[in-house]
Design a protein around this ligand. Structure first.
Ligand SMILES: NC(=O)c1ccc[n+]([C@@H]2O[C@H](COP(=O)([O-])OP(=O)(O)OC[C@H]3O[C@@H](n4cnc5c(N)ncnc54)[C@H](O)[C@@H]3O)[C@@H](O)[C@H]2O)c1
Ligand SMILES: O=C(O)[C@H](O)COP(=O)(O)O
Length: 600
């Protein structure tokens, strides 16, 4: 059915859309012809709950709390559109369960957020806020309000994604030197913006005259700038946050400003918005060295026009049965492919996430590899399409480092997203039968060390010989970052991880430990986990792949070990999160050589 009408009790009616917040009229105008558009600002949550049942679409910004109760009351709701990026105010899980598509506008306000960052940068450098307040109070304080210039100063960018790069280009125009920390940044894009990517966060904090934060707000970035990080900054340094409240620990920032260990801050976002009078954020806002704005990053006429047109176009698409451009929770797989590919979609998503978490820079002290070989083996080599598998792998790879709203990956946009992120995945098919292994199909993901081809983000080779021909010349360049998986009885399994053969279900919180293959290791690890209140639910021990007796020769750290020793991998499913100090406590002479925690 077209979006012109929907059938209610056999009677056709125009679909209805509710807009309870200020959304630019430019997009709403697109809806008027075919939908009944109701702009109803100032509704209480109770009012909203009362009327939501009448509507087919809901368009919001960040203030409306689209919680599970509201979604459940929305009997006719097919789409919730967020006119902006952040979907923190939408219960995504509940929406997905109810089959309601949530869309957003991931690009529409990037420039506005970047320009706002530059506004805060200049305001902090030149005391614009204090000076304006002082003048309005009838004072003329020229000597007290001497500022600094930004030209020639070092701007450190934490998170070199869409906003971070736009800030970099503008700040480069102001004559600033640019450095960044972002383990997952696209090096080519960084170089094109004259940004030097530094390998550690410490170096970035030490060198910054100005630091600006543009990471997503996810578990790994929450409070990532605290007392320790701030103490590494120059006393003359200033810090900016136009990303999300809570990435910088507000109490630590206030303490650093009060102690004079940093010189100033420009803040647009807060842990709780609007901050309550007793919140630390309110003390921060009141501090004379702080320039603060009430979450205005996206508040420009242009950005509001962009996001409004973007989401309204998507509302029209969804109501007419088409795939939207930026659905936060859209299905990766079309119904007709569901039966055959769905279990492998799950496997590939898990493999991608496992790759990022296990082989992440935190564990290996290396950057995430950005060129991969993905081989479909056995019956999977004859699949009509591998697009959903490619999309699932990419989604899995990015999920541990990306907020939900930026993770809108589906079969329509996966290749483009990979290209934007600088991730090159070469797909190939190998029809060799796998029957002897006990399952019909498997998938192998292998990271490459060799220089990457800059052109395509997805290439497919169906000739298995192509791999064989090149394999010997490439062998030395390919390192141990390999994962193989298969599906049995609709359950995904990992059968190889790095140099180790294994068999485990990638599900829940898993501790992966590499150790010398000696008695007593499991006892040591189990004891230390037990002491920290962590129960082991499942366990498997994996020898080195292909040759359980192989001696350790490959790892550079261990090459320098006095006598080569056998190694094994310990894979423990645990019942709760393992704190960083507990993980570290496992890496000792009598314990593990290396430990990573992954959540799958
Ligand atoms: N104030 C506003 O009104 C406003 C407007 C738009 C966007 N935002 C916020 O700005 C932020 C950036 O948005 P974006 O569109 O550029 O996102 P993005 O996903 O394009 O970029 C985020 C970058 O952060 C990097 N990153 C992830 N974890 C990291 C870590 N631990 N250390 C260093 N880098 C890490 C990622 O690799 C990525 O390059 C988001 O938090 C977004 O919600 C705020
Ligand atoms: O997530 C976003 O898009 C920005 O933070 C802006 O939010 P807003 O639409 O409430 O201004």
């Amino acid at each position: 059915m077209a979006h012109g009408t929907v059938a209610v009790n056999g009677n056709a009616r125009k679909p209805k859309v509710l807009i309870p917040e200020k959304v630019s009229p430019d997009g709403l105008a697109l809806l008027q012809a075919s939908l009944e558009v109701h702009e109803r600002k100032g509704l209480s949550p109770e009012d909203l709950l009362q009327i939501i049942g009448e509507y087919d679409a809901l368009i919001v910004r960040s203030e409306t709390k689209v919680n599970a109760a509201l979604l459940a009351a929305g009997k006719n709701l097919r789409v919730v559109a967020r006119a902006g990026v952040g979907v923190d105010n939408v219960d995504l899980q509940a929406a997905t369960k109810l089959g309601i598509i949530v869309v957003n506008s991931p690009q529409g306000n990037i420039n506005a957020a970047a320009e706002h960052t530059i506004a805060l940068l200049m305001a902090v450098a030149r005391n614009v806020g204090v000076a304006s307040a002082s003048l309005k109070a009838g004072k003329w304080e020229r000597s007290r309000l001497v500022g600094i210039e930004v030209k020639g100063k070092t701007l450190a960018i934490l998170g070199l994604g869409k906003v971070g790069l736009t800030v970099a280009r503008a700040a480069g125009g102001l004559g600033m030197d640019l450095i960044a920390y972002d383990p997952y940044a696209n090096p080519a894009l960084a170089a094109s913006a004259n940004v030097e990517i530094l390998p550690t966060m410490d170096e970035v904090f030490e060198q910054a005259d100005f630091m600006t934060v543009h990471t997503p707000m996810i578990a790994s970035t929450k409070g990532m700038i605290g007392e320790t990080e701030l103490s590494k900054m120059k006393k003359t340094a200033r810090i900016l946050n136009v990303a999300r409240g809570g990435i910088i620990d507000e109490a630590a920032l206030l303490a650093a400003l009060e102690a004079g260990t940093i010189a100033g801050a420009g803040i647009d976002v807060f842990t709780s918005e609007p901050p309550k009078p007793d919140d630390t954020a309110s003390k921060l806002i009141a501090h004379p060295a702080v320039v603060a704005t009430p979450h205005l990053g996206a508040s420009t006429m242009e950005a509001q026009e962009n996001v409004s047109i973007d989401v309204c176009t998507q509302v029209l698409s969804i109501l007419s049965g088409q795939l939207p451009r930026s659905a936060v929770n859209a299905p990766i797989i079309l119904p007709e492919e569901y039966r055959t590919l769905q279990p492998f979609v799950v496997l590939l998503e898990k493999m991608g996430s496992l790759f990022t978490q296990h082989f992440s820079p935190a564990n290996t002290r290396q950057q995430l590899r950005t060129t991969f070989d993905l081989t479909y083996e056995g019956s999977l080599a004859s699949a009509n399409t591998t697009k959903p598998l490619f999309a699932a792998l990419l989604k899995g790879m990015l999920s541990p480092i990306t907020s939900a709203e930026s993770l809108n990956i589906n079969i329509v946009n996966a290749e483009l997203v990979a290209k934007e992120r600088g991730i090159l995945i070469n797909e190939s098919r190998s029809r060799e039968a796998l029957e002897q292994e006990g399952f019909a199909a498997s998938v192998t993901l292998r990271a490459r060390l060799d220089p990457r081809s800059p052109s395509a983000s997805r290439t497919i080779r169906s000739d298995p010989m192509a791999d064989a021909t090149n394999s010997s010349s490439r062998k030395k360049k390919i390192e141990d970052q390999v994962i193989t998986g298969f599906v049995s009885n609709n359950t995904p399994y990992i059968s190889r991880l790095g140099r180790f053969t294994t068999s485990f279900v990638p599900e829940g919180t898993i501790l992966i430990g590499r150790n010398y293959d000696e008695p007593g290791k499991i006892g040591v690890v189990g004891g230390r986990l037990g002491k920290a209140g962590v129960n082991i639910r499942s366990m498997s021990v994996a020898p080195i792949e292909g040759d359980g007796d192989a001696l350790l020769k490959v790892d550079s750290v261990l090459e320098s070990a006095p006598t080569p020793q056998k190694e094994a991998l310990m894979i423990l499913g645990v019942d709760r999160a393992v704190e960083e100090n507990v993980r570290k406590s496992l890496v000792t002479e009598d314990g593990l050589l290396e430990a990573s925690i992954v959540v799958l």
